[in-house]
Design a protein around this ligand. Structure first.
Ligand SMILES: Nc1ccc([C@@H]2N[C@H](CO)[C@@H](O)[C@H]2O)cc1
Ligand SMILES: [Ca+2]
Length: 313
């Protein structure tokens, strides 16, 4: 299967990305790293390990990363993900022990230990760990197959009217990652706002009737309530698994090659991903942006992964 490292900040939708990455047969999850974002590093790391317990993940390295963005102060999304970062369902005590290595070192060592062009980096939180990793060991830039990240938007934003949360919380890290010279595919709000966990989908997941599926159904229920209150959507956008789905099957997406600039100085626009779709991009352009998603096929991947997980044994 396709080898990935999932760098995440669970977070409801990060939890779904973990389910998909672990459950789908086409993905080989080499390591899970955590980064400050939706909640503090300690909280998102505990949440990641609790989700691992629910799906009985074994022999996957979990490592905690940066506690703060490179420059900006911490800005969490407690209004959506709650005080714990994964409010709602009862979370089991972790069974896996956290690696003693820092996530940045695990990212570097995992990439250098795998064949060139075999590992895809899948960040679904702020890009602090990724920026630190490529600054500490620039060799990973040429070795990584691709960076497929959930973040940014061609138009609009959720942290501000024109900035998406993952970019907004650490724009300096994003600027480093987008300009490193490796291939970056940006799965932004334009497509993730089409990956809505509607009631029929939540019912379909509940009918799988396994422990993990019941947990996922409860999770989506809580996320729905929060999304309704905060964003006024009647079904929550499940952002992060879209990045994993792209690695599984890029054909589910429409993608365009386009220059992407990160605003780091704007008084009202900091964190904005400025995607230039006006002209044919130069052949040297290494950045791509998703402009559409086949939502039905996306949800079919989630259901397939849940069926593959079963009770997690
Ligand atoms: N309101 C809100 C804030 C942050 C996020 C998180 N940031 C990204 C979407 O902006 C996802 O990775 C998700 O985990 C989702 C909703
Ligand atoms: Ca996230």
């Amino acid at each position: 299967g396709k080898k990935i490292i999932l760098d995440c900040d669970p977070g409801y939708d990060d939890a779904v990305a973990l389910f998909l990455a672990h459950g789908h047969p086409d993905i080989e999850l080499l390591a899970v790293t955590t980064v400050v974002g939706n909640q503090t590093l300690e909280k998102v790391t505990r949440n990641a390990l609790s989700v691992a317990r629910i799906i009985k993940m074994e022999n996957v390295t979990f490592a905690a990363g940066c506690t703060q963005p490179l420059v900006k102060p911490i800005h969490t999304a407690a209004e959506i993900h709650g005080e714990s970062g994964l409010d709602g369902p009862v979370l089991p005590e972790p069974h896996l022990r956290l690696s003693l290595r820092h996530a940045v070192d695990v990212i570097i060592e995992t990439i250098l230990s795998q064949p060139k062009d075999s590992v895809t980096l899948v960040p679904t939180g702020g890009l602090t760990n990724i920026a630190m990793a490529l600054r500490k060991e620039p060799k990973i830039i040429d070795r990584v197959r691709e960076v497929v990240l959930m973040g940014g938007a061609i138009r609009g934003g959720n942290a501000t009217p024109c900035a998406e949360f993952n970019i907004y919380i650490d724009p300096e890290a994003a600027e480093i990652v987008f300009n490193a010279g490796w291939k970056v595919t940006m799965i932004g709000l334009d497509v993730t706002h089409k990956a809505l966990a509607t009631l029929p989908i939540r019912n379909q997941i509940r009918q799988i009737d396994t422990g993990p599926a019941r947990f996922l159904s409860d999770l989506l229920g809580f996320f729905s309530e929060k999304y309704q209150k905060v964003h006024g959507f009647d079904a929550p956008a499940i952002h992060d698994p879209c990045a994993v789905a792209y690695v599984i099957n890029p054909d589910l997406f429409t993608v365009q090659q386009a220059p992407i600039s990160i605003e780091t100085q704007g008084k009202h626009t900091t964190g904005m991903t400025v995607v230039d779709l006006r002209h044919r991009p130069p052949a040297t352009c290494q950045t791509y942006v998703a402009t559409d998603i086949n939502s039905e096929a996306f949800w079919a991947l989630i259901v397939e992964a849940m069926q593959h997980i079963g009770e997690g044994d």
